[in-house]
Design a protein around this ligand. Sequence first.
Ligand code: GRF
Length: 215
Amino acid sequence: MGDQQCCVVVLISGNGNNLQALIDASSHSGYTISHVISNNPSAFGLERAKRCEISSSVLNHRDFGTRGDFDRALQRAIDNQSPDLVALAGFMRILGPEIVKNFSGRMLNIHPSLLPKYPGINTHQRALDSGDHEHGATVHFVTEELDGGPLIAQGRIPINANETAQELSARVLIKEQQLYPTVVSWFASGRLYLQNDQAVMDGAKLPREGLQIIS
Ligand code: GRF
């Protein structure tokens, strides 16, 4: 990247809360969001991009015969932007090994659980059902393993007595909106990178569970 701003393409499928947080922080975090891609033509995140004059495109996965066809089209759409980083932000498609390998070390995801707990969906209800006392969000490098790449950072919150999955989800989202821009800024500044399948920060391998952000 050199002294150029880190160029980020954000992939979305829905509301775009994390996209909005990344946009709002970009002016003072050393990165620029150059483009937004959604697999869902009605994603509200596309409206968020438009309001912030960020270009966007829709690749509706329903228009493609196979997952591989979709991934190849997505690869081309991303390559057209020549980004330094691809940030998955509420992106609900599982990407195949080929595109993930092509962006190894340059693709991040935020997941609403304290990975490796609860990969996949319905994380908040699963944490409640398990009687956990804490929950949160994790940012990780994307690898072929779903929600399984090297962990970078986690934001933790206590689970309140008798709270619903919806209430918990809303509190986790606040933590996500703090966490993701922070991690992207670390990548943009060159402090954070992937080396030998390990997340490295300031030259030191990060712990297996990533950095714990208490705030
Ligand atoms: C968020 O909980 C995010 O962690 C997960 O998808 C949810 C919706 O994200 N990946 P957004 O509101 O579309 O950013």
